[in-house]
Design a protein around this ligand. Structure first.
Ligand SMILES: Cc1ncc(COP(=O)(O)O)c(C=O)c1O
Length: 368
């Protein structure tokens, strides 16, 4: 940052002498800059070793992504548009699919902007896997709210849920510790169970997320009962997490600061994480609205708008979203949202860097 400040002006000024004193002035003024409110600054200081650990994991992930791009031989020609069917075009789609598959350790991947939401992608996969008479088994409790209509748990008013097409559905509740119920899972499959659904992240449930190790163990148990049973993992918010992403560090800070103010948080501060979501129980409709309004005010885009709770397609409860550009498609944007129901929890995620949450928390604390 200082080096940039010292750069020679592009257009020479009449006197070059001020450049040095200017640097010194910037350096000394930087040491007096306090961008965070005291509570956030204290929490950030106490988390410095966690931040270092995360930086190391970020480096591991960056290296993985770089290698995948290199192995897919991504070149500038891949970024050109194409027209028509795009068959045998410059290979942009194939290269993107190949890079993603390698990054997530899959045999193949399909990455398309035409999947307009997570719910859409999950729905496409479920409708591809399941046929009339088959059973879908959710092994990690209730799936995300918007899947209720897709599955037919909630009336889809004849729009064509899996249930409408004769696909059965069963759900295994979570164990008391919030994890998978291993005993029940061991004998859960029936002959017509065609697909098991494992949701890694909490969604709008007050539960911890699942680790990759737990998911692997569940898959083994399922395949032991029927090797042909398809297993689908909803990995939403889990990407790169066990080799963490920078936005996640911001949610460390949310946990630390909100817990210090007496709010229940999930996950607890400083525990290992398996997704990028930080939930905070605010306990009332007013506080949930105030939290989301403060986050919206702190967003780079749409800061002048006020989020309003309302009914949203796919959700049974009223919901509120504070999002910057999350809803427009920037899904790792700093955002928070929550259903207007007990325990009035807000779910926070995303951000370009932990300091973004650090700044937002200042406004949040003032508003609660
Ligand atoms: C676990 C989980 N699955 C699925 C979804 C649905 O994603 P989308 O909102 O993009 O439809 C969400 C959304 O937050 C989620 O948290």
């Amino acid at each position: 940052m200082l080096v940039l400040s010292c750069a020679r002006p592009v257009y020479p000024t009449l006197s070059l002498s001020p450049s040095r004193p200017k640097c010194t002035a910037i350096r000394s003024s930087l040491s007096n800059v306090h961008p965070f409110v005291p509570e956030v600054a204290k929490a950030a200081d106490s988390l410095s070793s966690e931040f270092r650990g995360v930086d190391n994991l970020v480096a591991c992930n960056s290296s993985r992504v770089l290698k995948a791009f290199q192995n897919a031989r991504v070149g500038s020609h891949h970024f050109a548009g194409c027209t028509g069917y795009g068959l045998d075009e410059a290979g942009g789609r194939e290269a993107l699919d190949q890079a993603f598959a390698e990054i997530v350790g899959a045999e193949s991947a399909i990455v398309r902007s035409q999947f307009f939401s997570g719910t859409h992608a999950i729905t496409c996969a479920l409708f591809a896997f399941l046929r009339p008479g088959d059973e879908l088994l959710a092994v990690a409790g209730a799936p995300y709210d918007t899947l209720e209509e897709v599955i037919g748990k909630r009336d889809s008013h004849g729009l064509g849920s899996l249930k409408d097409f004769g696909v059965m559905y069963r759900e295994l509740p979570l164990a008391e510790d919030g994890g998978l119920d291993w005993d029940v899972l061991t004998s859960a499959l029936r002959p017509y169970t065609k697909c098991a659904l494992i949701q890694r992240s909490c969604g709008y449930s007050w539960r911890r997320s699942l680790s990759v190790e737990e998911i692997g163990r569940a898959i083994k148990i399922i395949k032991m009962q029927n090797p042909n049973c398809l297993v689908m993992v909803d990995n939403c918010y889990g990407e790169f997490v066990e080799s963490i992403e920078p936005p996640m560090v911001g949610t460390f800070l949310v946990a630390e600061v909100m817990a210090s103010k007496g709010y229940k948080v999930q996950p607890l501060p400083r525990v290992p994480r398996s997704d990028t979501v930080q939930a905070v129980q605010l306990g009332s409709r007013e506080l949930l609205l105030a939290f989301c309004e403060a986050v919206q005010r702190s967003s780079p885009v749409g800061s002048f708008t006020k989020p309003v709770a309302g009914t949203t397609p796919g959700y049974a409860s009223e919901v509120i979203f504070a999002d910057g550009t999350f809803i427009d498609g920037s899904t790792s944007e700093l955002s928070c949202d929550g259903p207007l129901r007990e325990p009035y929890a807000v779910f926070c995620q995303g951000g370009t860097h932990w300091t973004q949450w650090g700044l937002v928390l200042g406004d949040v604390l003032k508003s609660l």
